[in-house]
Design a protein around this ligand. Structure first.
Ligand SMILES: CCCCCCCCCCCCC/C=C/[C@@H](O)[C@H](COP(=O)(O)O)NC(=O)CCCCC
Ligand SMILES: Nc1ncnc2c1ncn2[C@@H]1O[C@H](COP(=O)(O)OP(=O)(O)O)[C@@H](O)[C@H]1O
Ligand SMILES: [Ca+2]
Length: 600
């Protein structure tokens, strides 16, 4: 015989505050909880310990037999903890599944009499359960899927009394309203031409329904030209009306958001962006990225996957992750900000070539990457940098920047205390000097890269600098000296394997706070003007042997996917200048005896 809900306990729970009830251990047993909708088929690695069925037939039988949901109000020592952790457990065959309130997306009452709403998210209740238990509500919550993906799952609760049902809904809504970090109003910019030109479709089909479910209102702008979003944010947007801004596109689109927001914040606070030494004011609005670009490095390196649904869910739950931003100057004039890659030589040349092949979509990078590899140009110049000596962590660490990173917290605190820089000298390096704490290296380089974060992306899941941190106030300066094509290929290939790309004689990596690059030959203003207009100069061919076809005098900088025509630049890191609607890459739990596939 089935157990009836313990009404006394449930009434007590709902009449009084959850606080009071938390003093008594309460277990409410609700009868016949039916459908968990949106089941994902096959290959799901569930982060919780779930003993799932092992075959499709067993899975169906198991789903059909999902029989009981127990809402448990725990007797917790800390009341605060209780408030943030109203936990529900779905029990089946002795297994349970807990969901934190902070990961509940929405709660909705169901009109059982009229049948369940069939809007693609709901499923018809079994006739037997609707007759016996005519009231129901559905809780949508975050479920972790494979490789850092998040999905929206639903669980429907049935009961005998309408009032009780409403009280549950109201109580859960109150809990959700108390989560103040969740955005309610968002300003969304869609780049219709990014990546495979799917931005609008991705937003309408995958993201907008989730924002609606979570009662987030949006103002959506489909951009009409490059820099539309940047200029709108910088000058026109009524930012006070919003809890955050969202871009649908790639790294270039994200870069527009950063430029718009950071410039607006500095202007509002009277900060001169042209001064390289100026301390910038952090932005208060968080930025969300719905990946729809070609590389999606920022999204991939902060979430662990470039998946629009996952990113939308991180926005809904109100995640926040601070991020470093580099400012780039030339002759005391502000050029750009960068959050991921600043690359001269290989990545600059590849980007310049790929811009002419935008019609190829994301494949342009493979084509231009291959072509640039074959040209094998090197560039002469001087790199000066201020090593970050007072911090935790090095670019050769085995540990990675993950959600709640201790190194970012520690180094971020150091930065805000304005600790003085101390630089030790290294007498072993023959072609480098030290000048006032700055280290100077001259040479011929195939690539000079600065990675302010790992720069992990689908092409290189560990990234350009796997141990770099999102918010530690430093950038990893990677110098790849002139070497054979074969060795350079080995270095590049190591970005895609478990081998260390820095463990090669012609590669060095330094964790720095500031750096400068000066090409061996000065660029004239006329050269710069022509480059700014996208033209490549004949005068770029080798200065020593004008008739030969060896390396040009200058490359360009790839600044988060935008080309900088100036070769001589000065770069400074601004610790935690912006915040994203992400939490950093979550550690994935280690499974013992994981059923495969495990369906939940
Ligand atoms: C022979 C195998 C070579 C494999 C090399 C893989 C190394 C990959 C490191 C990639 C770092 C990417 C850093 C991010 C750069 C983006 O900002 C930029 C613009 O992105 P988007 O706006 O989405 O177009 N993307 C690039 O510069 C392309 C890098 C692709 C490298 C092959
Ligand atoms: N409506 C538009 N038309 C043309 N270019 C645009 C538009 N909106 C944004 N852009 C520009 O497109 C470039 C690439 O955008 P992005 O979204 O990063 O795609 P991808 O990853 O494919 O490069 C960015 O530099 C951005 O400034
Ligand atoms: Ca950093």
């Amino acid at each position: 015989m089935e157990k009836q809900p313990r009404l006394l306990a449930s009434q007590l729970l709902l009449k009084n505050s959850l606080f009071e009830v938390s003093l008594n251990r309460v277990l409410l047993t609700w009868k016949e909880i039916a459908t968990k909708k949106k089941r994902v088929s096959g290959g799901i690695h569930h982060p919780f310990k779930v003993a799932g069925p092992r075959s499709a037939a067993a899975a169906l039988a198991w789903i059909a037999s999902l029989c009981r949901v127990n809402w448990m109000a725990h007797n917790l020592a800390s009341e605060f903890f209780f408030m943030s952790w109203l936990t529900f457990f779905i029990t089946s065959h002795g297994t349970s599944h807990g969901v934190s309130v902070s990961e509940i997306l929405a709660v909705r009452e169901l009109d059982v009499d009229c049948g369940t709403k069939d809007d693609g998210r709901w499923q018809k209740m079994p006739q037997k359960s609707t007759e016996a238990y005519p009231y129901a509500f559905t809780v949508s919550y975050v479920e972790r899927a494979w490789q850092h993906r998040w999905r929206c799952s639903d669980v429907t609760f049935h009961c005998l009394e309408g009032a009780l049902c409403q009280q549950w809904v109201q109580t859960i809504r109150e809990q959700l309203t108390a989560l103040t970090s969740r955005p309610k109003h968002l300003l969304v910019y869609i780049n219709p031409y990014g990546g495979k030109q799917q931005g609008e479709r991705i937003y309408e089909q995958k993201v907008a329904p989730l924002f609606t479910l979570a009662s987030i209102s949006t103002h959506v702008i489909v951009t009409e030209h490059a820099n539309h979003a940047r200029d709108h944010l910088r000058t026109e947007a009524e930012l006070k009306k919003y809890d955050g801004v969202v871009c649908v596109g790639g790294d270039g689109m994200f870069s527009e958001m950063v430029h718009g927001l950071v410039s607006r914040t500095q202007r509002d606070n009277g900060v001169d962006q042209n001064s390289p030494e100026e301390k910038l004011v952090p932005c208060t609005l968080r930025i969300g990225i719905i990946p729809a670009g070609s590389t999606d490095c920022i999204c991939y390196a902060t979430v662990g996957i470039n998946d629009p649904v996952t990113s939308a869910l991180h926005i809904i739950v109100g995640d926040a992750q601070p991020m470093d931003v580099c400012s780039v100057h030339h002759n005391n004039t502000f050029l750009r900000y960068s959050v991921s890659l600043l690359g001269y030589g290989f990545y600059g040349d590849m980007l310049a070539d790929s811009e002419r092949k935008r019609w190829m979509g994301p494949a342009r990078y493979d084509f231009s990457g291959f072509k640039t590899f074959l040209t094998h140009h090197y560039y002469e110049g001087t790199v000066s940098f201020l090593p970050a000596t007072d911090i935790l962590g090095t670019p050769r660490d085995k540990t990675r920047c993950r959600a709640g990173c201790f190194i970012c917290q520690h180094n971020g605190q150091l930065y805000s205390e304005d600790a003085p820089e101390i630089c030790e000298t290294d007498p072993d390096v023959s072609d480098s000097e030290y000048k006032g704490g700055w280290r100077v290296i001259r040479g011929k380089f195939l690539a000079i890269n600065a990675a302010s974060m790992s720069c992990a992306c689908p092409r290189s899941p560990k990234g350009l600098s796997p141990a770099a941190h999102l918010a530690d106030g430093t950038t990893d300066l990677i110098l790849v000296r002139k070497c054979s094509r074969f060795n350079f290929l080995r270095h590049l290939l190591r970005h895609t394997s478990k081998y260390d790309q820095f463990d090669m004689t012609f590669v060095e990596v330094h964790r720095v706070r500031r750096f400068r690059f000066t090409p061996r030959y000065c660029q004239s203003d006329s050269e710069l003007d022509l480059r700014e207009n996208g033209k490549r100069l004949f005068s770029q061919i080798c200065r020593d042997h004008p008739a030969c076809s060896c390396s040009p005098a200058y490359s360009s900088w790839n600044c988060d996917g935008e080309i900088l025509p100036h070769a001589a630049i000065e770069v400074g890191v601004h610790c935690q200048l912006i915040k994203l609607f992400v939490r950093g890459i979550e550690e994935q739990p280690v499974f013992e005896d994981l059923p495969s596939p495990c369906v939940v």
